[in-house]
Design a binder for this molecule. Sequence first.
Ligand SMILES: [Zn+2]
Length: 201
Amino acid sequence: MQEYDSYARHPPKLIAGARCLDFLNTIEDARTERLTRYSEFAFWSKAAELVDAGGLRRLLALAAKQPEVAAKALAVVLEARKALAQLLAGSPARRKPAISAINRILAQDGFTLRLAFGGDGFRELWEPDSPELLQPLLILLREAAALLSSPAQPQIHHCADDDCHWFFLDTSRNQSRRWCQMETCGNKAKARAHYRRHHTG
Ligand SMILES: [Zn+2]
């Protein structure tokens, strides 16, 4: 049982300053996969406000009713995450196949965006027959495309901790943010520096 680790019980830390980067941080310590089931992606999407509570319920119900469709959707989610990470941190040679992979996903049929208004304001809406399980991913990919093509692109960095590599948007004035979070990787680095000062020589 992986219940303890579930995003349903322990919401993800959204620290990147852009949720398309937080999405890349669903791998922990550069190796622990958090999106092991479609439902984990659904709970993550709720925490990242890509869907509301009703949307989460619908995604979970759909995934429970069609486990094979949900497994395929999860595979697409993971493929997109890998391609995005390669765009940001891979070698230039990986860039072209990564862009192609993302565009293939974006070009799938049925993703027709509508603008809707109701209740508390405007919101985006897709055609009712669109593959709903992938809607949160499509929002993420659109935001990623917007971020990558914006003047903020050079502010995308990853954590200086060798075991972490979480991505974040460095909005500090002099581009000096080194750690994903001060209270984890930042403190670890401080403790290491302290140890070196007192235990060497
Ligand atoms: Zn870190």
